[in-house]
Design a protein around this ligand. Structure first.
Ligand code: GLU
Length: 443
């Protein structure tokens, strides 16, 4: 049986780092098994779903390199939900209920006041045919609940959490359809998972109790439930699920010049027992992906860790991977020269500006000015002008270490530190280098 996974966002907003993590893990689960990764747009909520978010979800997945093998949209599958609904209704697994939101709220408050769990009391099932007819004659349209089977315990072996057991009597019969005929999440998701041949549902642990209900729906629909795995939620460094975390989306990362590969490397292993490493090769991440390594404690997302991974990833990126984001004339040699000094790809343009000039030199004292005059005289062009220059100057002046190198770096770049001068000097070029050394010598 091939593995089929899905990522099922609701297009009611932009993806945030928590959704991205879920998408990634589903993608990796499918890729590792040589299976299929599907995108399912959960847009049954017509009021809150927006087309621009559907487009943003697709664009974000593309930027992340998590390309789905196919896409389904719930708004185009309403007929299937109707059919499933009719089937469940005929089987007595769906029933109409007439309570208003206020009535339900009151029931819950009374239960809680008595120290009881706020489970729906199945009041609607007690109604006689006449009472129901009276409600409808009075203009109350019913909403619809799925009738849980209280007969046997609901169990599954969760891919992350291990064996799970729920008593259906401790759960409310879920509302699956509103009075206006629109759908809530619960049933359409099962209908789609069956139709799409989903073999593994991997999602956040906030869905665990939904899974208990959905296990019975799959069975009621005549299907074998997929394998379920619920991962611990992602939280901010400070421990709480911060608002900021929810605002962290692909746009924010792109603006910060974070590489998708950095985000992928971090999110692939955050919350697992594997070390988070700057692994740019996706096949390595896929190969080592294992639900068995997922911990039960919330995974902590830390921006500084992302920056650290990002820098280490940038140091590995080939020129071809970045050339369209570099200044126009910056070539592969220039990229390789500055790459080890970058935290972000965008910082490359600062170094390129230093290569092309003009630069601002510090004020040099008289002794250093003489030294720089000597340097402009000693400069000769070859395959390794920096090595030649420093060798000659060492012989002529007796300088060594910092006193030999630092004034040259300062005169040539205006900086105290930076990329290897052996790689930078050829980029600056002979004429410009001599001009800079001379200008330093003149103070
Ligand atoms: N649209 C649901 C959500 O975003 C999907 C949950 C699921 O994976 O089944 O929470």
């Amino acid at each position: 049986m091939t593995t089929v996974t899905r990522f099922a966002p609701s297009p009611t907003g932009r993806l945030h780092v928590g959704n991205i993590r879920t998408a990634l893990h589903n993608w990796m689960l499918a890729r590792k098994a040589g299976g299929t990764f599907m995108l399912r747009i959960d847009d049954t909520d017509a009021e809150r779903s927006e087309e621009r978010y559907v487009e943003a979800i697709r664009a974000d997945l593309e930027w992340l390199g998590l390309i789905p093998d196919g896409e389904e949209r719930q708004s185009q599958r309403l007929d299937s939900y109707d059919a499933a609904f009719e089937m469940l209704r005929a089987a007595g697994r769906v029933y109409p209920a007439y309570e208003t939101a206020q009535e339900l709220d009151l029931k819950r408050k009374i239960q809680l006041g008595r120290g009881l769990p706020p489970i729906y009391d199945r009041g609607a099932l007690q109604l006689s045919e006449a009472e129901r007819a009276a409600k409808e004659a009075g203009g109350v349209a019913p909403h619809w609940r799925f009738k849980l089977d209280h007969g046997e315990a609901i169990t599954w072996d969760d891919g992350v959490r291990g064996p799970q057991k729920f008593d259906a009597a401790q759960l409310s019969d879920p509302v699956i359809r509103r009075a206006d005929g629109s759908w809530l999440y619960m049933l359409p998701s099962c209908v789609d998972d069956i139709a799409m041949g989903i073999t593994h549902v991997l999602r956040g642990e906030d869905h665990v109790s939904n899974t208990a209900v959905q296990m019975q729906m799959f069975t009621a629909l005549g299907a074998t439930p997929p394998r379920f795995a619920h991962e611990a939620l992602l939280v901010g460094k400070e421990g709480k699920l911060s608002k900021r975390l929810g605002s962290l989306g692909c746009d924010a990362f792109r603006e910060r010049d974070i590489e998708p590969e950095a985000l992928i490397a971090l999110l692939a292993r955050l919350g697992t027992s594997m070390p988070v490493e700057p692994i740019a090769a996706r096949d390595v991440l896929i190969e080592t992906f294992d639900l068995g390594t997922f911990g039960r404690a919330p995974a902590k997302f830390d921006d500084t860790e992302l920056d650290r991974i990002n820098a280490a990833i940038v140091h590995q990126l080939d020129y071809n991977a970045v050339c369209d984001r570099l200044p126009k004339d910056m070539d592969a040699a220039a990229w390789h020269a500055v790459r080890p000094n970058l935290e972000k790809v965008g910082d490359a343009k600062e170094w390129w500006r230093i290569v092309t000039g003009p630069i601002e030199q510090p004020a040099f004292d008289a002794e250093t000015r003489d030294y720089l005059a000597e340097a402009s005289d000693a400069l000769a062009w070859s395959d390794s002008p920096w090595r030649d220059l420093t060798t000659t100057l060492k012989e002529r002046t007796g300088r060594k270490g910092k006193t030999l190198f630092l004034p040259l770096r300062q005169a040539l770049t205006g900086m105290d530190h930076g990329p290897d001068m052996g790689e930078l000097l050829p980029l600056i070029g002979e004429d410009e280098a001599r001009t800079r050394l001379l200008s330093g010598s003149q103070g």
